[in-house]
Design a binder for this molecule. Structure first.
Ligand code: SAM
Length: 223
């Protein structure tokens, strides 16, 4: 497992932009789906404060423990960890925000997960998904690959997948951290691939962010 804090560091701009874009506020009820070590969960919990709640959902029970520890270390209240497959997402209350990052590339049916996320938010609530286009990353000019992922380039399809889940796409963009030599970008790539790129220039896989809303009401068919 690679260092999650490092991931938040190199991909912090798209995360910050997305959270800013939807106007996340104190008191919101959020879920971080495929929460992993809970980096984003903790960031969300700090923003929603004591009156809000963040469900950290992951299929792996080890993630539950890692997230609970990260939340305790950060001193954040109102983090609830749930061991659940995203395909079966079912939470005890409607959400203001359902979020996922680097999840859909691993699941069998990304469309189903997005539909569950869409169904978990209140009408007018938000869904934010951040997924990579792995093969668009470059090391020394050569393309990256991620053979273990089911859908390594799912970021390229993300806006359409989100729309097809019944959501209104409000904003979408791609952003790729880049660097050369010692620094977080090189360190992140080395932790991800096990190979130190040395002095080769690195462009990490662009992360496609889609910010979407559940429609409040659909116009009925014309009479
Ligand atoms: C690459 S990690 C991403 C962690 C975190 N979202 C982040 O950006 O740092 C992917 C996480 O998704 C979880 N996961 C994979 N398939 C899942 C599924 N079908 N349902 C729920 N979680 C799943 C894994 O257990 C893992 O913790």
């Amino acid at each position: 497992m690679f260092e999650l804090g490092l991931r938040n560091d190199v991909y912090r701009r798209p995360l910050a932009t997305a959270l800013d874009r939807l106007g996340l506020r104190e008191g919101w009820v959020c879920a971080d789906i495929g929460a992993g070590g809970g980096d984003v969960t903790v960031a969300l919990a700090e923003l929603v404060g004591r009156d809000g709640r963040v469900y950290a959902v992951d299929a792996d029970p080890a993630a539950r423990d890692a997230t609970a520890e990260a939340a305790a270390l950060a001193g954040t209240a109102q983090v609830l960890t749930v061991t659940q497959a995203a395909e079966d997402l079912l939470l005890p209350e409607q959400l203001d925000l359902a979020f996922c990052r680097f999840l859909l590339l691993h699941v069998v049916d990304p469309g189903r997960v997005l539909r569950r996320m869409a169904g978990a938010v209140r009408p007018g609530g938000w869904v934010v998904a951040q997924e990579a286009i792995t093969s668009a990353g470059r090391v020394g000019g050569a393309a990256l690959s991620m053979p273990d992922a089911r859908h390594p380039d799912i970021g390229a399809l993300l806006p359409a997948l989100v729309r097809d889940a019944g959501l209104d796409v409000v904003d979408a963009w791609a952003e790729a951290p880049a660097g050369v030599g010692p620094g977080p970008v090189t360190a992140y790539l080395a932790s991800l691939t096990g190979v130190d790129p040395g002095e080769d220039p690195v462009v990490l896989p662009p992360l496609v962010t889609v910010v979407a809303r559940r429609p409040t009401a659909r116009p009925g068919p014309a009479a």
